[in-house]
Design a protein around this ligand. Sequence first.
Ligand code: C2E
Ligand code: MG
Ligand code: MG
Ligand code: MG
Length: 286
Amino acid sequence: QAKQQGRSQHRFYSPEINARLQERLTVENELRGALERGEMVVYYQPLIDLRSRQITAVEALVRWQHPTRGLISPAKFIPIAEDNGLIISIGEWVLRTACEQNRTWQLAGMAPIRMSVNLSARQFEKPNLVEIVKQILQETELSALYLELEVTESFLMGDVQRSITTLKQLRELGLWLALDDFGTGYSSLNYLNRFPVNMLKIDQSFVQNVTSNSDSAAVTDAIIALAKSLQLKITAEGVETQEQLEYLEQRGCHEGQGYYFGIPAPAEKITELLKLNSQQLEHLVA
Ligand code: C2E
Ligand code: MG
Ligand code: MG
Ligand code: MG
């Protein structure tokens, strides 16, 4: 068979590809049950208001604490979990954990912040999504005001009419909606104003080159202008330097997220930052 299909087929049998397939199969097997074994952890990364310099939100970012291989990044297992459907249970667990955490911080007297949670296409397509979100908010007693869900254009563009309906229903719960990785997907400006979202997150690929590459700067400027004219809040992802921060500040970007402000960290680490946050707020009020 391979011979018949010619030389290009040969690549499928190379040891390198074979090793990658093997690796993927191993990950896939081990991923089943990882949630039940308690191996998933949620890290949180601060989002900073560029005017007040306060933490106004955190983004929940899942990691897999593998018993032998250490901490595995979501880029490695989320795509696999999306293929085999495990993302549904992982995503629901992340949402519940993140909402619980936000409620815990509020009960501990921290100044309230938004909790931002990524949704995958598979979750978004499920007819019971709105019901599940509503239920988790009730269970965790978190007000929807303090929950934000991140969606991407690429999966909204599948069935636009249905996406609009789902987004509207989510908004009716009182939560916030953000378009993640904005500028990288199949952007249709035509649809943007029909998606009832509150904010755009400029993809880090633009932000990281904003001071070194004029094309990235132009795209960033255009996204900020677009967000403003549509009255959307704008967050820059992947802010790593003072120069990038100054650029974004000058252009009137509202929020920043990136290593410059803080890397994703376990809840306890964020608790320490939030304590400082509330102290500063109290100071402002007093
Ligand atoms: P994302 O939603 O765009 O999240 C931002 C990613 O950029 C995170 O990667 C974060 O650690 C990284 N990042 C933040 N600041 C900087 C910076 O200054 N420089 C650089 N180089 N990177 C920065 P992470 O945590 O590895 O997550 C990767 C992606 O995995 C996320 O991208 C998101 O699409 C997905 N993901 C993470 N957690 C979840 C989840 O619970 N559910 C779903 N469906 N997807 C998730
Ligand atoms: Mg995100
Ligand atoms: Mg994303
Ligand atoms: Mg992003």
